[in-house]
Design a protein around this ligand. Structure first.
Ligand SMILES: NC(=O)c1ccc[n+]([C@@H]2O[C@H](COP(=O)([O-])OP(=O)(O)OC[C@H]3O[C@@H](n4cnc5c(N)ncnc54)[C@H](O)[C@@H]3O)[C@@H](O)[C@H]2O)c1
Length: 173
């Protein structure tokens, strides 16, 4: 029964920021439960995680992509669909925060935080959701490890998602 609940055989899961930390662990967990994982990261380390996935005898794909760049995101989702045909799970995990006192943060650093943590979620969710809607797919899942409270409550995003898939919000601000 529990095994059935967590059976992800045949499901395709995208995890952003999968090169290390929480994203890497999520990717390995989903792969262990049968999912084909797509590992997205700006860092080359993502290819090492792909080796870890293959060592589990699971299918995977690693793509070096900056989630804050809409063109790179579009290209990545196109490549994913060409390889796997569909997407069942999106984990918006990639995120940054400068390790320095808030009062010392520069405008450029703050803008970069917004670009990665906010725009990145927007670009990936928009791209994946658009493809799901085009294909008339449902019972899909979108997990946001980092998402602004306002964006997660946005009628536009939540309304679209709830009709076609399930949106899972995190407690992160
Ligand atoms: N660790 C915590 O205590 C904690 C708490 C609350 C929320 N979070 C959030 O959870 C997520 C993961 O946290 P973590 O501790 O594993 O972080 P981490 O810094 O260890 O890993 C983040 C990964 O995201 C990648 N990344 C950064 N910018 C990117 C970009 N533009 N495009 C693609 N990939 C990019 C990094 O290369 C890295 O591999 C982050 O969004 C973080 O803000 C973490």
């Amino acid at each position: 029964m529990v095994r059935e609940l967590f059976n992800l055989n045949g499901k395709v899961a995208i995890i952003t920021g999968a090169g290390q930390g929480i994203g890497r662990e999520i990717a390995l967990l989903l792969a262990k439960n049968g999912a084909k994982t797509v590992l997205i990261d700006i860092n080359e380390k993502v290819f090492e995680v792909l080796e870890d996935i293959r060592a589990l005898n699971r299918e995977g794909l690693a793509i070096k992509c900056d989630v804050s760049n809409s063109e790179e995101v579009k290209r990545a989702v196109k490549d994913i669909l060409e390889k796997f045909g569909s997407v069942d799970i999106l984990v918006n995990n990639a995120g940054i925060y400068p390790f320095k006192p808030f009062t010392e943060m520069t405008e450029w650093e703050w803008e970069r935080v917004l670009d990665v943590n906010l725009k990145g979620v927007f670009y990936f969710t928009r791209e994946v959701l658009t493809k799901m809607i085009e294909r008339g797919e449902d019972n899909k899942h979108c997990f946001n490890c980092r998402i602004s409270h306002q964006l997660s409550k946005s009628r536009a995003l939540f309304g679209e998602q709830s009709r076609h898939s399930r949106l899972h919000k995190s407690t992160s601000p």
